[in-house]
Design a protein around this ligand. Structure first.
Ligand code: HEC
Length: 149
């Protein structure tokens, strides 16, 4: 009886660890999705004229991006060793083999954001801002993001 309880207990612990790891992967993915909301759903759509230019929305998107990017290093501290269920993109294991280099891709994004913050006034300046930020996001994705499907 005691033995059975120990076995059941360790099975439960195992399930808990798997869930916790999936949760970490989801948190990492959610952070990226939040950045994508600011950069693609708001900023890029405005540069394309899909939605009208709106100064308040631009300023909010830049502020949200700034806050999100500051969380990348910490959010990716732990290796979940699994991808989000059914995700299109996952993290390369290189993130944790080379965390210092991964982290070094963050300040250039922050610099690109700081350089345009408060200076975007119209679609033309928004387009330039979009490109300068997106190029720096891509510098990290090139090495550390994996397309799963
Ligand atoms: C330091 C590295 C790094 C930086 C900088 C970075 N990303 Fe990512 N991004 C990743 C990794 C790793 C993944 C794959 C794992 C994931 O989805 O969480 C990813 C995934 C994504 C995805 C796919 C999410 C999905 O599953 O659909 C989007 C969208 C994204 N990033 C947007 C951005 C945007 C926008 C920026 C710039 C503002 C950015 N990222 C900056 C590392 C980075």
């Amino acid at each position: 009886m005691k033995r059975m309880m120990i076995v059941a207990g360790s099975l439960l612990l195992g399930a808990g660890a798997v869930m916790a790891q999936q949760e970490i992967a989801v948190q990492q993915d959610n952070l990226m999705r939040s950045q994508a909301k600011s950069l693609y759903t708001v900023i890029q759509k405005m540069t394309k004229g899909d939605i009208p230019y709106n100064q308040k929305a631009v300023d909010e998107a830049i502020a949200n991006l700034e806050a999100d990017v500051a969380k990348i290093a910490k959010t990716f501290e732990v290796n979940p060793k699994q991808d989000v269920v059914d995700a299109t993109y996952g993290s390369s294991q290189k993130v944790w083999q080379n965390k210092a280099d991964f982290d070094s891709k963050i300040p250039p994004v922050q610099k690109a954001i700081a350089a345009v913050k408060g200076k975007i006034k119209d679609v033309a300046s928004l387009k330039a801002a979009y490109t300068s930020i997106n190029d720096r996001c891509a510098d990290c994705h090139e090495t550390y993001r994996v397309k799963l499907k």
